[in-house]
Design a protein around this ligand. Structure first.
Ligand SMILES: C[C@@]1(CC(=O)O)c2cc3[nH]c(cc4nc(cc5[nH]c(cc(n2)[C@H]1CCC(=O)O)[C@@](C)(CC(=O)O)[C@@H]5CCC(=O)O)C(CC(=O)O)=C4CCC(=O)O)c(CCC(=O)O)c3CC(=O)O
Ligand SMILES: NC(=O)C1=CN([C@@H]2O[C@H](COP(=O)(O)OP(=O)(O)OC[C@H]3O[C@@H](n4cnc5c(N)ncnc54)[C@H](O)[C@@H]3O)[C@@H](O)[C@H]2O)C=CC1
Length: 197
């Protein structure tokens, strides 16, 4: 079973083994979350060379244990099942988080599909049963939770802070906070401005 947790990968960096299509997709996702990525591979697809060099380090070599000794988050993305398994086993025996792209059984984390609107993050996973279904649901949620949710979430956060400061009684506070999400962006902004005055 897989439990969803949200991790600040920005603080720890990631090592990806394998410079093919899948390694690239995982790499781009980590970069989108401002994470430093080191990719180990004897060959890289061209797209890797266009990525931000401040965030991505490419090491042209075959996998060796020393490349992941000090890392907490590892992605095994080679096209060699045996090597991927070896990386998976090593990480699990050494308390590391590992995503083995060709084996959900060897992985102790997976990378979900997601919709990100500012601080609103909705992630989708099928426990490996159908990545295509995850991708389809993501597209449906992208329509429902459009770009306007970035500002909506931000303003909600501001008003929430105000309410937490102003209401002392726990039940009143909770009731107000629950009701906030029924308001439109315009209504929320009006409240926000009133509070600031
Ligand atoms: C378990 C997991 C481990 C992990 O990688 O974390 C995993 C494993 C495998 N994927 C395979 C195939 C495909 N993966 C995709 C796409 C995505 N795969 C992603 C995640 C995951 N894939 C994790 C579970 C996710 C969940 O629980 O739903 C997404 C969501 C996120 C991401 O990659 O970052 C991203 C969509 C991004 C988006 O659109 O948002 C497509 C679609 C395409 O390419 O068009 C295909 C081909 C079609 C198909 O197979 O459905 C194979 C078989 C390889 C083979 O053929 O041998 C395996 C291995 C196996 O099944 O054993
Ligand atoms: N989890 C997922 O989302 C998906 C997983 N897969 C699985 O992922 C695997 C990789 O797929 P692709 O990236 O398309 O393959 P690919 O063939 O494009 O890339 C594999 C990369 O691994 C490198 N590699 C091989 N041996 C290595 C070693 N010893 N050390 C370091 N790097 C090494 C190769 O040089 C190459 O750059 C496939 O075998 C497939 O089973 C496929 C599709 C989606």
């Amino acid at each position: 079973m897989i439990y969803p947790i949200n991790i600040k990968t920005e603080d720890m960096g990631v090592v990806i083994i394998g410079g093919g299509e899948v390694g690239y997709r995982k790499c781009v996702n980590f970069i989108n979350f401002k994470t430093n990525v080191t990719v180990i591979s004897p060959e890289f697809i061209d797209e890797f060379y266009k990525l931000d060099r401040n965030l991505v380090k490419l090491v042209k070599d075959n996998y060796k244990e020393e490349y992941i000794n000090d890392s907490f988050i590892v992605v095994a993305a080679t096209n060699n099942k045996e090597i991927n398994k070896e990386i998976g086993l090593y990480c699990r025996n050494n308390s590391k988080l590992v995503n083995v792209v060709d084996s959900i059984e060897m992985s102790n984390f997976t990378t979900p599909s997601y919709v990100k609107r500012g601080d609103l993050l909705i992630s989708i996973s099928t426990g490996g049963k159908s990545p295509s279904l995850s991708s389809k649901i993501k597209k449906e949620l992208e329509d429902k939770y459009d770009e306007s949710y970035e500002e909506y979430t931000r303003v909600l956060g501001e008003v929430r802070k105000d309410i937490i400061r102003k209401y002392e009684k726990k039940s009143e506070k909770k009731e107000m906070l629950n009701r906030l999400v029924e308001l439109s962006l315009e209504e929320l902004k009006a409240i926000s401005e009133n509070h600031i005055k």
